[in-house]
Design a protein around this ligand. Structure first.
Ligand SMILES: [Zn+2]
Length: 326
């Protein structure tokens, strides 16, 4: 066997040097815990099956930066690409929250778990999720940290916590997360996070309006594929969600549509009812179906509709944008 021995040594030394640096970066380097003002970075503002494949809007969920705790929420497909594009350091993530087992909410989670646990080298971070996700086998045993067949990988989430409605979870000594039942798919939860200064709500995907009177006074049930007619009065809705989310300072609402598929989604029409008379200071609309984005960008008009009815600041969340929570 004839080869250039000098080149061999050069490549060998280079390989060792870079791999050692990488291993130091991933496994040893200390990084500071986020201590800045609370903020949200959207890695995805799109939802539902067509958007999932078309990626008219991204589907990576969002990162909630709180003083002392960084939480990744509903990391859908693309999350790893988007955290790299946005210079998010996965080594700094302290927890991952998965609301329910639909593809646009969980599919990127295994990758994020590998980042959070420093390439599965440490027991680190907390995985918060609906038990149904585990029952369906959507998160592998390896990514739950229960690995037996991956020699050398000793890491995984330090804790896997299954969510229960109303059961408060301490993220830090000062920050709590309370799961809120969502009515969509199987087991599903949004949350309310309380810090000493602020409360933040996340609806997850959920239905909200169940029955209404149209402007002629005819009572109608919401039905799949039938848009909500211009309502006169909402007669049945998820009162628990209105009570809980109207008390938060900041609300992240997965609306999906203007007035369609209310059997499964809040819709902008439902959001206007939920926010009316609430103490919410700012609401970010997200989880938008493709129909909100193309062929015409209609999401802003939906936000106008909600704003006009509620006098509350309503923003359309945009991909790769940070929003400070004040
Ligand atoms: Zn869903």
């Amino acid at each position: 066997m004839r080869y250039d021995l000098e080149l061999y040594h050069q490549l060998s030394q280079y390989t060792m040097k870079v791999v050692e640096e990488d291993m130091h970066y991933w496994k040893e380097e200390e990084i500071p815990v986020y201590q800045g003002d609370p903020k949200i970075l959207f890695l995805g503002t799109g939802g539902n099956p067509a958007n999932l494949i078309e990626q008219a809007r991204q589907t990576g969920g969002f990162i909630l930066y709180l003083p002392g705790f960084t939480l990744a929420v509903d990391p859908g497909p693309g999350v790893i690409w988007h955290i790299n594009q946005n210079n998010v350091d996965p080594r700094g993530i302290n927890g991952i929250f998965i609301s329910h087992g639909h593809t646009d909410h969980y599919l990127g989670a295994p990758l994020l778990i590998e980042g959070m646990t420093r390439l599965m080298s440490q027991r680190r971070g907390v995985l918060l999720l609906a038990n149904a996700i585990l029952e369906e086998g959507l998160i592998s045993l390896f990514h739950q940290g229960l690995h037996q067949y991956h020699e050398g990988y000793v890491g995984g989430p330090a804790e896997v916590v299954t969510l229960c409605e109303g059961e408060k979870i301490n993220l830090t000594s000062e920050i709590t997360l309370t799961p809120v039942k969502a009515y969509h798919g199987k087991e599903n939860y949004g949350f309310v996070i309380n810090t000493p200064d602020i409360s933040i709500g996340y609806t997850s995907d959920t239905n909200y309006i169940m029955e209404y009177e149209d402007r002629e006074g005819t009572t109608k049930q919401v039905e799949k594929w039938i848009p909500i007619s211009p309502p006169g009065r909402i007669t049945q809705f998820r009162g628990d969600l209105k009570e809980i989310f109207s008390q938060v300072d900041y609300l992240i609402a997965n609306i999906s549509y203007f007035n369609l598929f209310a059997t499964r989604h809040i819709t902008a029409v439902g959001l206007a009812h939920l926010l009316k008379g609430s103490r919410v200071k700012c609401c970010l609309m997200t989880h938008l179906d493709v129909c909100c984005t193309r062929p015409e960008p209609m999401a802003e008009k939906m936000a106008d509709f909600v704003r006009d009815l509620t006098d509350i600041q309503v923003l359309v969340a945009e991909d790769n944008r940070e929003y400070y929570i004040k």
